[in-house]
Design a binder for this molecule. Structure first.
Ligand SMILES: Nc1nc2c(ncn2[C@@H]2O[C@H](COP(=O)(O)OP(=O)(O)OP(=O)(O)O)[C@@H](O)[C@H]2O)c(=O)[nH]1
Ligand SMILES: [Mg+2]
Length: 192
C-alpha cells in the first residue's frame, strides 16, 4: 500500500481534517479561530508563531485548526505546515479592497496554490470583516473585486470557493466550514 493511501485510510478512520489557516497579517485568522471555539474575540494580538486548536464533532469530524502568523517575516515558515493539509482557509481583509495589500495577498496566494505539498487541498477564501464595510458598499461587489484581484478563476488545481464573512458576527462561517468538510469528504472517499 502506498504512503498516500495509508494516510488517506488513516484520515477516514480518525475522521480528522487538517485545516491550515493562512492569509496576510491582520486579516483576522486568529479571530476566526476564536469565533469557532466560542472564545473572546476582543483581545487578539498578532500571531508570532503558530497555534494548533481542535474543533471537535463538526458533522462527525474533528478539525485541527493550524493558525499561522501572517506577517511578512513569518511567511517563509508557512511551508513548514503544508504537510497533510486537507483544506486551506485563506483569509482576506475586506477593508483592504482597493489597496496595495490586495496585490500582496494575490502574490502570496499564488505561491501557496502552486505548492506540491498542498496539491488536492480545497481552498476556502473568506473575505472577512464585512461587518465593518459601510452599508453603501455592496458586499457582492467586494467579493467580485477580491475574486478578480486574487485571480481565483485561474486556480485550476484546487477546488475553491469565495465567501464574505465576519469573524466578529460569525456570518457565513458555518457555510464555509460545511463546504470545506464536504470537499474533503468527496476527495477522501473518491476511490472507495
Ligand atoms: N471588524 C472586524 N474586525 C476584525 C474581524 N476579524 C478580525 N478583526 C480585527 O482585525 C485585527 C487582526 O485580527 P487577527 O485575528 O489578529 O488577525 P490575524 O490574521 O490572526 O493576524 P496575524 O496573526 O498577524 O497574521 C484585530 O484587531 C481583530 O479584532 C472581523 O470580522 N471584523
Ligand atoms: Mg493571528
Amino acid at each position: 500500500m502506498g504512503l498516500l493511501t495509508t494516510i488517506r485510510k488513516q484520515k477516514i478512520k480518525d475522521k480528522e481534517i487538517r485545516v491550515l489557516i493562512l492569509g496576510l497579517d491582520n486579516s483576522g485568522k486568529t479571530t476566526l479561530v476564536r469565533h469557532l471555539l466560542h472564545e473572546d474575540v476582543s483581545t487578539v494580538s498578532p500571531t508570532l508563531g503558530f497555534a494548533i486548536r481542535t474543533l471537535s464533532d463538526i458533522g462527525g469530524y474533528t478539525l485541527q485548526l493550524w493558525d499561522v502568523g501572517g506577517q511578512s517575516s513569518l511567511r517563509p515558515f508557512w511551508r513548514n505546515y503544508f504537510d497533510r493539509t486537507d483544506v486551506v482557509i485563506w483569509v482576506v481583509d475586506a477593508t483592504t479592497v482597493g489597496e496595495e495589500r490586495l496585490s500582496e495577498c494575490r502574490a502570496e496566494l499564488s505561491k501557496v496554490v502552486a505548492e506540491d505539498k498542498l496539491s488536492g487541498a480545497g481552498v476556502l477564501v473568506l473575505v472577512n470583516k464585512i461587518d465593518s464595510v459601510p452599508s453603501s458598499v455592496s458586499i457582492d461587489d467586494i467579493v467580485k473585486t477580491v475574486r478578480v484581484a486574487l485571480a481565483l478563476d485561474r486556480i485550476t488545481n484546487h477546488e475553491w470557493i469565495i465567501l464574505p464573512c465576519s469573524a466578529y458576527t460569525g456570518e457565513n462561517i458555518d457555510q464555509g466550514l460545511r463546504w470545506a468538510i464536504d470537499e474533503v469528504k468527496r476527495r477522501l472517499y473518491r476511490f472507495d
